[in-house]
Design a protein around this ligand. Structure first.
Ligand code: SF4
Length: 454
């Protein structure tokens, strides 16, 4: 998963883009980059690590310009390295062009093979590189070049593309990954999440539609059109469950409201469970736990202290350091949990190892009963659209029954939100629309998944 942002027609483009990337940091912590243009020659600055470490006054002062795109990366399809960090900047027959991409291109190997046969040379392992080649080989004006290129792609992609003062946004025909449009004075902003638009002082206007390309220049929307007839919409429902910030509007619905609804529905599914407190696993379990508490009238308690300073790569959890890692990240407050019957609310179970450690430390702290409530159904299948879920053999729910999982996790009960309730919680106006990708819960995919490799 990644976060992307674009700002145009603004003398503070680099600073605003960096602030936007900080807001999108949860979408990718491995690398961050900004490409700037509009004043001097296009320039890209990217490094491995967190936005706050990479972009400071000194680095931002070296990025003069009026239009910028930015990217934070969490590796899904290619290895984590500076070579694969984005934005990608190319110099081709059309001049300097930069691209930042969120999603996974599912026909990547097929197109790469076709391009290799034509003599193309690849220097990255990222799927985004094929788009650069397609752009370089296309003819026409910038909008046509982009449309012609992405028409050949399948899978998930939300894109921000920069050339001189022109900012382009595009979303794949299914709309798997988000892309929001906002306005700040005389500038337009494109961002993976509306929260980043609002944090930098802008107003969220709308989402870019699936299949839409928008061309923005000098504070004006020059053009908006569909590069392909949109297919049945398949926006990633996991954005609402886990990835997005609670203060974002995702696919027309407040993420916070959707999470509260998930908790309310869970409470209805678990109405026979008796407990003293409802406790979230921070941070994503918070609003679902609140919804659960309001509906069940069971008291809401914060029973964990989260250490925000433990990075992803601080300790690779080897066997003997597992407990230390778990306790460093989350520590139960003994006074809250000791002797209590607890409804513990989390977003999901993937491998089951993190949940197991969490339950273990809660038991150590004296929890009497633990009823585990998950705000999405059991994940039984991998994601091919830009989320780093492991292969099926590592997904606990793909290999164990709910009762087997309950025993393995040492729980008193284990409840997953039903798919029906999840879709209701994420839909606008409680309408049950067929708008969402739910493939990781069903194993049924809305696109062909190519098994081809080179
Ligand atoms: Fe989202 Fe799951 Fe679909 Fe991937 S498979 S896009 S994580 S809903």
């Amino acid at each position: 998963m990644c976060g992307i942002i674009g700002v145009e027609n603004n003398d503070s483009a680099a600073v605003l883009t960096a602030a936007g990337l900080l807001t999108l940091q949860h979408r990718g912590e491995e690398s961050a980059g900004i490409t700037i243009s509009g004043k001097e020659k296009m320039k890209t600055f990217k490094e491995m690590g967190l936005v706050s470490r990479i972009f400071n006054e000194e680095t931002l002062n070296k990025l003069p310009g009026t239009a910028a795109i930015g990217h934070v990366r969490y590796t899904t399809s290619a290895k984590s390295s500076l070579t694969n960090a984005q934005p990608f900047q190319i110099n081709c027959i059309h001049g300097n062009i930069a691209v930042a991409h969120n999603g996974n291109i599912t026909n990547f190997f097929k197109i790469k093979h076709m391009l290799l046969k034509k003599g193309a040379i690849f220097s990255h392992t990222s799927d985004t590189e094929i788009l650069l080649h397609l752009i370089a080989m296309s003819k026409g004006n910038l909008a046509n070049i982009v449309a012609d290129s992405i028409r050949k792609l399948e899978g998930a992609f939300s894109l921000v593309i920069l050339k001189d003062k022109t900012l382009i946004g595009a979303r794949d025909e299914h709309g798997f990954r988000p892309l929001a449009l906002g306005k700040l004075d005389n500038s337009y902003i494109l961002s993976s999440e509306s929260a980043a638009i609002e944090v930098i002082g802008g107003t969220y206007l709308r989402d870019i539609d699936p299949g839409e390309i928008i061309v923005i220049e000098n504070g004006r929307i020059k053009k908006s059109f569909f590069y392909k007839k949109p297919k049945e919409q398949s926006t990633c429902i996991f954005e609402q469950v886990y990835f997005s910030r609670s203060d974002s509007i995702m696919f027309g619905k407040s993420v916070k409201e959707a999470r509260i609804k998930m908790g309310e529905y869970l409470a209805c599914q678990m109405k026979n469970v008796k407990a003293d407190i409802v406790m979230p696993v921070p941070d994503t379990g918070y609003f679902a736990a609140l919804g659960f508490s309001r509906t069940s009238n069971i008291m809401f308690e914060n029973g964990f202290v989260r250490n925000h300073y433990v990075g992803r790569s601080f300790i690779k959890p080897s066997q003997n350091l597992r407990d230390l890692t778990a306790k460093l990240k989350l520590r139960p407050i003994k006074e809250v949990v000791n002797g209590k019957k607890i409804v513990l609310v989390d977003d999901s179970i993937v491998r089951g190892t993190t949940s197991k450690r969490l339950i273990d430390i809660l038991r150590e702290a004296g929890a009497k009963k633990i009823h585990f409530a998950l705000s999405c159904p059991a994940i039984i299948s991998s994601c091919y659209y830009g989320i780093d879920t492991p292969n099926k053999e590592h997904l606990i729910a793909a290999n164990k029954s709910i009762e087997e999982m309950r025993k393995y996790l040492d729980l008193d009960s284990l409840t997953f939100l039903s798919l029906d309730n999840l879709v209701k919680a994420c839909s606008c106006d409680n309408k049950k629309e067929k708008l969402f990708c739910t493939s990781c819960f069903t194993g049924k995919y809305p696109t062909k998944i190519s098994k081809e490799r080179i």
